[in-house]
Structures are given as structure tokens and as C-alpha cells.
Design a protein around this ligand. Structure first.
Ligand code: FES
Ligand SMILES: [Fe+2]
Length: 336
């Protein structure tokens, strides 16, 4: 599966950037190979449109905010969030007002401090994370480009067999290379994987876990939301809950915007946000190094192009479910 060759992927919500990035002006974002401008209207609501002015093709991401609208940086045409041209400053005063000209606009939403965009009618709503309702604090961690396909990162997130090797320098325990047992519940939009994994508890992790033991157990509930979003809730024996939300938003076939934030049930006094980020930084860099060496084209059929082992079950299931979603979409009559 190559992301830009898979139209179904246009029908999901993806986080594109923290909303704070838009305070000063519009920003460009490439989603599934399509260049967008992301911006905030006068009420602070996010908007997403093609990054190409309908006058002389200038990039609208080079524009600026004007009275709650987006003004093109070239001749100042002003756009509403639905893409309509609302003002052409060069027209005489008595001919000002909304026009019939527009650029294509897309769905945009603000949730969890990030702007989310769906290019076409979303198959599923934005996920409701239980941690928000429980009042857990949110720590924003990463917003950065990785040169790998989103599906590789998703599979890796549910692959207990890599800890002992990829994370051998951090928490991986090479004394336990055999993967932990796991249970999987399928949902319409993905699955839940429940497992327990014994891990080392290195010095840098001891302070973010508030735990002195040299080893610990991770009780993990990993939720995959097709295609490229997961939330992994890890509960430690001392009651600490650390939920990692990661999305590999597809920029194009070979690169993803990795958006990651965590929810925790502790306080800044118990664990500094900077220390939490520092530990997850080490772990994610270990994943990144190996994932950027993988092939961007992920075969969905199991025809022996890639070999499997029993612990690959979650990744194999992802491939099967995505193949089914693509097949179901192909059967739906498309508007003429
Ligand atoms: S190119 Fe945008 S207003 Fe002229
Ligand atoms: Fe990993």
C-alpha cells in the first residue's frame, strides 16, 4: 500500500499541527501529497484549504490574517474558512462583498490542542480519549517528519517483539526476547490489544515513573484507530498511568508527520514534563532509526513478499482490516 495511491485514506481525520503554531499566521501542510494551507478564523476555529490562490496561484500559506479571514500575500484577496473569496481589495467600494470565486476547502477540527483535517467525508468520528474525561494532564511531545510510511510506525507500535532489540539501550530486556501474550478485540475502526510486558527500569525512567526497582511490568492497552493513529495506555504497578497518543499523519508515500502527546495521572511535582519528554525522546529515536530503514510500500496481502512470525499478529491484522476497508469502499457506488 502506497498512501497517495489509496483514496480511502482521504476519509480519515489526521492531526496536522499543534494549534499554537497558527497563532501568528497560516502554515502549509502536505497531506497525502496534497498541499494545504492551515489557518485560524476570527473565532479561533481551524480551516484547511488548497494552498493555491484562485487568482494567480500564489501559495496562500504565504498570506496573513485580515479581520478573521485569510488574505493572500500577493494581491490581498480575502478568503473565508469555506474557501470563498469574500473581498477583492482592488474592486471599487460599491462592488465589494462575497463573490462566487473559491478555492477547495476541507473539514478541519480542533481537538487535544491540535488541528485535525479530513480531506473527504470521514468514515469515523475523531476518537474520544478517556484520559481527557478523567482529567489527566496532557503533555505535547513531538511534531516532526519521519521518513517512513505510517503503517510501518503503526505496526511497530503494536510489536512487542522489537523491545528487546530496538530498545536494548533504553528499557528493552534482552533476557526476555520472547514476546508477551496478547489479546486482541476487533472494532469497526481498528482494534484493542491488551498485553503485559516485563521491562527494565533504567535510571532515566526511574524518575519519570517514581519507581526505584530495576525492573517493572507494563500493563498495556493499545488501541489502533485505522489507519495511522494509536493510543497506548500503560499502567505501572504503582498506579501511574501513561497514555501515549501517536499519529503518523501521511505527508506522502515515504514520509509522515509524527504527532505525539501523552496523558498522565500524575502532577508536575511528581514528574517534570521535560523529563517525561526526554525519556520518550530516547525511545522514539530508537524506533525512528530502524523505521526509516524500512520500505514505504507495505504489502496488504500476505503473499510472501514479507515473512511473518506469530508476534506479528497485530500488524497482520492491520493489513487485513485495511484491505477489507479498501475493498468495501470500492464496492460503494461513487457519485457520478
Ligand atoms: S495571487 Fe492571490 S490575490 Fe493574486
Ligand atoms: Fe519501539
Amino acid at each position: 500500500m502506497l498512501a497517495t495511491a489509496t483514496p480511502l485514506l482521504r476519509r480519515f481525520w489526521y492531526p496536522v499541527m499543534p494549534v499554537a503554531h497558527l497563532a501568528e499566521g497560516p502554515k502549509p501542510f502536505r497531506l497525502l501529497g496534497q498541499d494545504l494551507v492551515i489557518w485560524l478564523d476570527g473565532d479561533g476555529n481551524p480551516a484547511a484549504m488548497d494552498d493555491r490562490c484562485c487568482h494567480r496561484t500564489a501559495r496562500l500559506s504565504k498570506g496573513f490574517y485580515a479581520s478573521g479571514r485569510l488574505a493572500c500575500g500577493y494581491h490581498g484577496w480575502e478568503f473565508a474558512a469555506d474557501g470563498r473569496v469574500m473581498r477583492v481589495p482592488q474592486r471599487p467600494v460599491d462592488r465589494q462583498g462575497a463573490t462566487n470565486m473559491r478555492v477547495p476547502a476541507y473539514r478541519a477540527a480542533l481537538r487535544y490542542g491540535h488541528v485535525w483535517v479530513a480531506l473527504e467525508d470521514p468514515l469515523h468520528p475523531l476518537p474520544d480519549f478517556e484520559e481527557e474525561g478523567l482529567g489527566f494532564r496532557r503533555i505535547d511531545e513531538f511534531h516532526e517528519v519521519w521518513n517512513c510510511a505510517g503503517l510501518r510506525l503503526m505496526e511497530n507500535s503494536f510489536d512487542n517483539a522489537h523491545f528487546a532489540f530496538v530498545h536494548r539501550a533504553s528499557f528493552g530486556d534482552q533476557g526476555h526476547p520472547e514476546p508477551a501474550k496478547l489479546e486482541i478485540e476487533e472494532h469497526a475502526d481498528g482494534f484493542m490489544m491488551i498485553t503485559e510486558v516485563p521491562v527494565r527500569n533504567p535510571e532515566i525512567q526511574k524518575k519519570v515513573l517514581n519507581m526505584d526497582s530495576d525492573t517493572t511490568i507494563r500493563h498495556m492497552r493499545g488501541r489502533w484507530y485505522a489507519p495511522f493513529l494509536r493510543k497506548l495506555r500503560i499502567v505501572y504497578p504503582n498506579g501511574l498511568s501513561h497514555s501515549i497518543v501517536t499519529c503518523a499523519t501521511p505527508i506522502d508515500d515515504g514520509s509522515s508527520m509524527v504527532v505525539q502527546f501523552v496523558f498522565r495521572n500524575d502532577t508536575e511535582e511528581q514528574a517534570k514534563a521535560a523529563d517525561v519528554v526526554a525519556f520518550d525522546r530516547i525511545v522514539t529515536n530508537e524506533d525512528r532509526d530502524i523505521l526509516e530503514s524500512t520500505d514505504p510500500d507495505v504489502p496488504l496481502d500476505q503473499t510472501g513478499i514479507e515473512m511473518n512470525m506469530p508476534s506479528d499478529r497485530p500488524g497482520v491484522l492491520m493489513r487485513r482490516m485495511l484491505a477489507q476497508m479498501i475493498a468495501a469502499e470500492a464496492k460503494v457506488p461513487q457519485p457520478a
